[in-house]
Design a protein around this ligand. Structure first.
Ligand SMILES: [Zn+2]
Ligand SMILES: [Zn+2]
Length: 240
């Protein structure tokens, strides 16, 4: 997520860095120019490339924007990242990351953006993130991107998503096939219902596993949500 401040400097926040994400990320932003990383939760598909990012930041020659990149996540993030890197978590010697624990009462300011973590329903402690920042077209107007991370439906999701201009919403499951696994993930239909209840301006479904057809997830969302629905795709850009 990127936004410019009044001086024209572009600020960049990375929302999760799962397996395989660091490579394509570099087509869009120099990892050394990131201002913060916001981790929704510690499942591997959301954090697995973090130690690889750490290697890049530590060893790639050239300037870095900050000495230690701010990383926000749930309790245990420091320890999990150390384990993934094969390091002793008792020794906080990371030369690359400054790890902080999310506090829903303490929104995080990153340049012109404010990130508010909100707990959501998943199989492990997990947060969605509300990102509020200046509109691309009208910087005096504040717009809201909501990223659900992994979650099923419920009051936590509704509180997170309320009023989003863009709801980036997971849609992992297929109704009928995955009904035994409630409380962990949304389906396309439940993503659509969440968007409708939130009054979201647009819905982008993501986290569709490769064994599902993303078009089915989008179609299921459209049955419940009347606004525009897109499937998240590499290199897709959404201006708010
Ligand atoms: Zn998960
Ligand atoms: Zn996941």
């Amino acid at each position: 997520v990127q936004a410019d401040d009044e001086a024209g400097r572009t600020w960049s926040v990375l929302l999760d860095l799962g397996n395989g994400a660091l490579g394509p990320l570099q087509r869009h932003v120099d990892p050394a120019a990131l201002d913060a990383v916001a981790l929704s939760h510690l499942h591997a598909d959301h954090v697995a490339d973090m130690p690889v990012l750490g290697v890049l930041l530590r060893y790639r020659p050239g300037p870095r924007r900050v000495d230690r990149l701010d990383v926000w996540g749930p309790a245990g993030t420091l320890e999990r990242l150390a384990h993934l890197a094969g390091k002793d978590p008792a020794a906080d010697t990371s030369p690359t990351f400054a790890v902080h624990v999310w506090d829903p009462e303490a929104p995080v300011v990153v340049g012109p953006m404010v990130l508010t973590p909100m707990p959501v329903l998943h199989s492990v402690p997990a947060f969605g993130v509300r990102v509020v920042g200046p509109s691309e077209d009208d910087p005096g107007r504040r717009v809201t991107l909501v990223y659900t991370g992994d979650t099923d439906a419920g009051p936590d999701l509704d509180a997170l998503a309320a009023g989003a201009d863009l709801l980036l919403c997971e849609a992992s499951n297929v109704d009928g096939r995955d009904d035994a696994h409630r409380g962990v993930h949304l389906s396309g239909r439940r993503a659509g219902e969440a968007g409708a209840r939130a009054g979201a301006g647009r819905l982008v479904v993501t986290h569709v596993p490769p064994w599902n057809d993303p078009a089915d997830a989008a179609a299921a969302a459209r049955e419940a949500y009347a606004g525009p629905v897109d499937v998240a795709a590499p290199a897709a850009t959404h201006l708010l």
